[in-house]
Ligand binder design. Structure first.
Ligand SMILES: [Zn+2]
Length: 190
């Protein structure tokens, strides 16, 4: 009987693990926050957001190494950017209108303050900055650009809007001693 129960428990755990690996994020998974937090509301403290992100990075790096962890953050950011574009932004606007809408929403959601420093709308090549960035503004110098999640996020947004692929690279960050995050954005031609 005990063996039977052990088998049942083991099967349940296997099933649970298997079902966990099938999880695929959807916007509705974010839930009805107004309903669920009638007193606390939609806002939280940036410290709490960063606490989750940097402890997550710590654990992922311990298990998978720094390079793989960066890839995970870029991939998660890309998914987030795609869903953010799909569910929050107005993709029917022309490019200037879209950038204005993006800028407004990045501020509205407390993600950062967007500025386009250089734009080549023919080749879809840009240099943009995000100041007061949610992920890194105020971080001490470490010599490392931390905003790989943002790289994926920007790439996901632009891919969903233009249906083209982009290479986004952070070249300045609070982590590298700068006071804004600066990204190069280049459309991939192959
Ligand atoms: Zn940064």
């Amino acid at each position: 009987m005990i063996n039977f129960i052990c088998i049942l428990v083991a099967s349940y755990k296997t099933l649970k693990m298997a079902s966990n690996t099938k999880y695929k994020f959807e916007w509705k998974d974010l839930g009805d926050i107004d309903l669920g937090r009638p007193n606390l509301g939609v806002n939280t403290n940036v410290l709490v957001y960063r606490l989750m992100q940097y402890t997550m990075r710590d654990v992922l790096e311990k298990h998978w190494g720094a390079e793989k962890t960066n890839d995970f953050f870029i991939e998660a950011g890309y998914k987030a950017g795609t869903e953010f574009c799909k569910n929050v932004l107005n993709c029917t606007l022309d490019f200037d209108g879209f950038v204005a809408d993006l800028s407004d929403n990045l501020e509205k959601y407390g993600i950062g303050i967007l500025r386009i420093e250089k734009a080549d709308t023919e080749s879809l090549s840009f240099v943009l900055t995000v100041s007061e960035d949610l992920d890194c503004s105020g971080l001490p110098y470490s010599g490392v650009a931390f905003c790989d999640y943002d790289e994926g996020f920007i790439s996901g947004i632009l891919n969903h809007y233009t249906k083209k692929d982009f290479k986004v690279k952070e070249i300045d960050c609070w982590g590298t001693g700068d006071r804004t995050c600066r990204f190069t954005v280049d459309m991939l031609t192959t």
